[in-house]
Design a protein around this ligand. Structure first.
Ligand code: HEC
Ligand code: HEC
Length: 565
């Protein structure tokens, strides 16, 4: 009796010891089985909403699939990227519900929380689970181990960086180097480390750009939350080369590396629908006394990316200039359409100097790899109304290459990096660009031609460095070509838009990315102009609204009086 009790006691102790020694990272369980009573309802949602991309049998081959990069998921293998379960395992229902609700930013997968009821989402994921053929959510051999992610050690909330100690970020950087994340994500995290990766379905895949965290698939519409990064490095992304680092990095250090990765992503106001930063609609050109620097590393050109008005950042920056964020989209209205442009934003900084009678625009954007094919050079351009003086009120030319009455003036820089190959080891000083500037007059989509006048636009500095392109344009404010070249006044709202071509992806001509018309203004010399600019913009907006209301009322009245049919 006594002996048995003793053995029992030892056994109990041993179990206790085991429980203590086992790292408390996970618990094993079966996956959530398919809820059969929801499948029919889910099927009807699927065939209304999901089939266009994911296909009739869930093979990721719907009618829209070929136009998309990343391609819609093929559900047949049961491979899901965003989970709280271990690498290779099936997801929980809770994971899929969050994915469908918030979408997969940076891909075409929409945030269905905006369009579907909660019950519809809960149902459709049950149907998606039935599309999985190679695995079975009801299989007793399937196991899921929900990972332990710890909790945010700094207790920070959105915007999440305020309150993270610098030591955590520095520690995170060490772990980043030690674990060689840069081999895929690049030295500065722009995803430019490896051009030859494939996903499990055989399609090319690139590493995430950490400086555009709003494009993280698993950002859950909370892109600055370091938890999402901790989850990714703890679970890996099934079906992709992104491994888990559960064994290599302690949970504490996973939060530190998340702090580091997170610190690279500029804080901007995020549009909850588009899941991307809200485009800045006004690009202020800063008044500069004396000449403007041609050196891209001069403080004149290194304004922060964060939007101080939206989210104050705890650094000691004292200037009042910030880079403007310009949203770009593929050209899909005419000709050779572009459904998957590689670049979806540019950053723009501008200065002007009365002494030089010149204006400068620095265009910066992230692009992992540049072209090496002279037939498809990379390019970026600025489009202006050609005859600003003839435009009335809020009038603008047609936004792609103008129209017959209202021409545009397009400055386009075409370039290739010197001695460059995407597979090269990173070059600390970056690549110089072999660059040619073209000036076009556009009178419509099919009517653009190169100007015959002497060149007026220069690119005075340019660089490609670790996944970032920088091109600095310069032109005189005014010149003699009043019929073709924009004459740039100060203190006036001037329509401006941007275009970009990624040569590596064979983008050329109308196969391009572009912005809508935005405004730029050459600010007056008074440094605190920022304080009265918003009221001016607001006043213009209110006048415009008033004018709209007046027009609508007038039209309705004319309609009522039978003057209009
Ligand atoms: C416009 C195209 C499109 C539509 C419509 C669409 N999806 Fe997707 N979906 C995608 C793309 C693209 C991916 C893959 C993104 C990736 O792999 O990074 C994806 C991936 C997924 C995944 C995989 C998630 C993971 O963690 O790997 C699920 C689940 C999913 N979609 C469910 C749905 C459901 C449910 C619907 C309908 C309510 C739907 N999708 C409609 C494009 C679409
Ligand atoms: C072998 C290449 C490789 C290595 C090494 C690697 N990654 Fe990744 N990582 C990827 C790829 C590829 C993706 C993009 C997957 C996709 O688009 O679906 C990715 C995506 C990510 C994402 C975005 C997740 C999301 O929600 O979309 C984060 C964050 C990330 N990696 C962090 C890290 C960190 C931190 C390390 C180092 C500890 C690391 N990665 C090492 C290949 C790698």
């Amino acid at each position: 009796m006594v002996r048995i009790n003793k053995v029992k006691g030892w056994g109990f102790l041993a179990i206790l010891l085991l429980v203590f020694l086992l790292p408390a990272t996970s618990f094993a369980a079966l996956p959530d089985p398919v809820l059969k009573d929801k499948v029919e309802a889910g099927k009807s949602v699927y065939f209304k909403r999901c089939v266009w991309c994911h296909g009739v049998e869930g093979g990721g081959d719907g009618p829209s699939a070929d136009r998309l990069f990343t391609r819609p998921r093929n559900f047949i293998q049961g491979t899901f990227k965003i989970r709280t379960t271990d690498s290779g395992e099936l997801p929980l229902d809770a994971n899929l519900i969050k994915t469908v609700t918030n979408g997969l930013p940076g891909s075409a997968m929409p945030a269905w929380g905006e369009f579907l009821k909660k019950e519809e989402i809960e149902a459709v994921i049950q149907f998606v689970k039935t599309l999985v053929q190679d695995r079975d959510f009801g299989d007793e051999d399937e196991e899921v181990n929900v990972q332990d992610f710890g909790t945010n050690p700094w207790g920070t909330q959105g915007p999440y960086h305020l309150g993270v100690p610098q030591e955590a970020i520095d520690k995170g950087k060490e772990i980043f180097i030690k674990n060689k994340c840069f081999e895929c994500h690049g030295g500065e995290g722009r995803g430019d480390g490896n051009p030859t990766m494939k996903d499990d379905w055989g399609f090319p895949i690139v590493a995430a750009d950490w400086q555009q965290c709003w494009n993280f698939r698993g950002s859950r519409r909370d892109p600055y939350n370091p938890f999402n990064i901790v989850r990714t490095i703890s679970t890996g992304l099934n079906g992709t080369p992104m491994p888990n680092f559960r064994e290599q990095i302690t949970i504490e250090d996973r939060w530190n590396i998340a702090a580091f990765v997170n610190s690279l992503c500029p804080r901007k106001r995020i549009d909850p629908l588009a899941n991307k930063p809200v485009s800045d609609f006004l690009i202020k050109s800063k008044y500069t006394e004396g000449p403007v620097s041609n050196n891209l590393d001069d403080p004149m050109w290194t304004a922060p990316y964060d939007d101080h008005k939206v989210i104050p950042r705890a650094d000691d920056y004292e200037g009042d200039q910030y880079r403007s964020y310009v949203a770009m989209a593929g050209q899909i209205t005419r000709g050779n359409r572009n459904f998957k442009p590689k670049v979806d934003n540019l950053w723009v900084t501008s200065r002007w100097s009365p002494e030089e009678n010149a204006v400068y625009y620095l265009l910066e954007y992230h692009l992992r790899f540049l072209s090496t094919n002279p037939e498809f050079p990379d390019a970026v351009g600025i489009q202006w109304p050609g005859k600003l003086q003839d435009l009335f009120g809020a009038e603008k030319p047609y936004f792609i290459y103008g129209d017959s009455k209202k021409p545009v003036d397009l400055w386009k820089a075409e370039f290739m990096a010197k001695d460059y190959n995407p597979a090269n080891a990173p070059k600390p000083e970056g690549y110089d660009l072999d660059l040619k500037v073209h000036e076009y007059i556009g009178n419509g989509f099919d009517a653009i031609k190169e100007k015959e006048t002497e060149p007026t636009v220069q690119v005075v500095a340019s660089k490609f460095h670790q996944g970032k392109v920088r091109v600095l344009f310069k032109r005189s404010l005014t010149n003699d070509n009043k019929e073709t070249d924009v004459q740039i006044p100060s203190e006036t709202f001037i329509p401006v838009s941007f275009m970009q071509w990624s040569g590596y992806d064979n983008e050329k001509d109308e196969h391009q990315a572009l912005s809508t018309w935005l405004y730029t203004i050459l600010e007056p010399p008074v440094p605190d102009s920022i304080y009265y600019m918003p009221p001016i913009a607001a006043a213009i907006f209110i006048c415009f609204q008033g004018w709209l209301v007046w027009m609508t009322k007038r039209t309705r009245k004319m309609w009522d009086e039978g003057k209009m049919k």
